[in-house]
Ligand binder design. Structure first.
Ligand code: GCU
Ligand code: CA
Length: 420
């Protein structure tokens, strides 16, 4: 009969469990397959080496930072056991950092297992927040990760998860709430992020529509500029049209742009508690200087920006480039580069990544934007995009900004405490 008790909230459940000693769950183990979204694999999902669970495994690109990432759920904050099932058919270990919600918490060595078909589970202890957590295995050598089959999370015994949660606390973030002091969210990006030019209604970048998702404790400073690569944004007007012998654009003099200098300024720039959201990778793919940015340089510059933010106590967040609308039959598909680079830089610098590329084309699928007749002047697609397939009307920008806001919450990035 105890099973038929209707318990209204977690506190009541805990109390009841203490009294009757019956509603305590045994330690629970949940498996998260590497091939199942929202898991992310910087590489390919393969199935050529037998013995894996589910429909495949993550064969990460052989590169530093080419990660396997899992979104796991913990019913309560605290310590949990993480089993990682992997195969390494080489005789060399494939060490990786283990990041939880963007912070390195451990390393794992992923020693050789004798064959690519021999799968073993290595176990780590991690501390998780209550709810959703991002666990990222980020290789630290150029060999990349071992092949990763799944992770299994075992949480300690405790009260059974509450099917009818208690109401959230009624205190909301406000300037007077010491847990959410006033901060600035700085945005660096291109035209898909930027404010509209004065007197124009298109394009409108998502950064222009971001502030409405936050409480009054957040000031959004949108410093995105149309047409910029990460490098021209950082060094305007000093990136020349000359290419050096390594294929990168010559910067002369090597002086930062006034916008970045202002953000580095001790009094007017980024300060402790602020956030810096960085989204480039659209103009950077241009083959010629000054816009061109190579792979290694792109990663390096993300690292430079992240380090500068961290040095001031601010929190960097990387975003993959927002997708344009491209249909493959009735499916909106990805069309941007610098995805691997963004993830690698995130791994190397311990910075969370919002995969806006994937989240944006997923939104286009939710909105059934494919197929379309290519007319971006009318209908739902025309209301979202300018008369091209890249830039947004205010309405589209607002929806993309909403996707970024949701990602902050879903990925438990602490800036989410400031969302309305
Ligand atoms: C082989 C193997 C892959 C593995 C790769 C590697 O190509 O078939 O599954 O990922 O080696 O060395 O990473
Ligand atoms: Ca591999």
């Amino acid at each position: 009969m105890k099973r038929h008790l209707i318990i209204a909230c977690a506190a009541a459940l805990a109390a009841a469990a203490t009294v009757v000693g019956a509603n305590i769950a045994a330690a629970a183990t949940t498996r998260y397959e590497a091939e199942t979204a929202p898991a992310v694999c910087t590489g390919t999902i393969d199935s050529n080496h037998t013995g894996f669970s589910g429909s495949g495994f993550c064969n990460g690109t052989n590169a530093i930072g080419a990660a396997a990432q899992f979104t796991v759920t913990a019913s309560a904050a605290g310590s949990a056991t993480l089993g990682v099932r992997y195969a390494n058919g080489t005789t060399t270990a494939r060490p990786a950092d283990v990041l939880v919600n963007g912070t390195r918490v451990a390393g794992a060595s992923f020693d050789g297992t004798g064959a690519w078909t021999t799968w073993v589970t290595t176990t780590l202890t991690v501390t998780l927040a209550s709810g959703s957590n991002i666990i990222r295995l980020s290789p630290t050598t150029a060999d990349g990760l071992a092949n990763v089959d799944y992770v299994e999370l075992t949480t300690a015994a405790g009260p059974t998860p509450d099917p009818t949660p208690c109401a959230p606390p009624t205190t909301s973030p406000s300037p007077s709430n010491p847990s959410t002091p006033p901060i600035t969210v700085w945005l660096a990006g291109d035209s898909t992020v930027a404010n509209p030019a004065s007197g124009t209604t298109c394009p409108v970048g998502w950064g222009n529509q971001f502030a409405q998702y936050f409480t009054g404790s957040v000031t959004v400073k949108n410093n995105a500029v149309a047409g910029r690569s990460i490098q021209t944004w950082l060094y305007d007007p000093n990136v020349t049209t000359t290419t050096d012998s390594s294929g990168e654009c010559v910067i002369s003099p090597a002086t930062y742009s006034t916008r970045w200098q202002a953000m580095l300024d001790a009094t007017t720039g980024m300060k402790s508690g602020d956030y810096l959201l960085i989204q480039f990778g659209i103009n950077d793919g241009t083959s010629t200087c000054p816009r061109h940015v190579g792979s290694a340089r792109y990663q390096q510059l993300l690292g430079v920006m992240a380090s500068a933010a961290k040095a001031r106590g601010a929190h960097p967040v990387f975003l993959t480039p927002v997708a344009a609308i491209t249909c493959s039959g009735s499916t909106a598909v990805g069309n941007r580069g610098f995805l691997t680079e963004t993830n690698a830089a995130a791994g190397a610098n311990g910075v969370p990544v919002i995969d806006l590329h994937r989240l944006s084309y997923t939104l286009y699928n939710t909105l059934a934007f494919c197929p379309n007749n290519g007319d971006y002047t009318s209908g739902p697609v025309g209301a979202f995009f300018c008369d091209d397939h890249t830039h947004f009307e205010a309405a589209g920008a607002k929806q993309i900004a909403g996707v970024v806001a949701s990602a902050l919450r879903n990925q438990q990035i602490p800036l989410a405490a400031y969302l309305k």
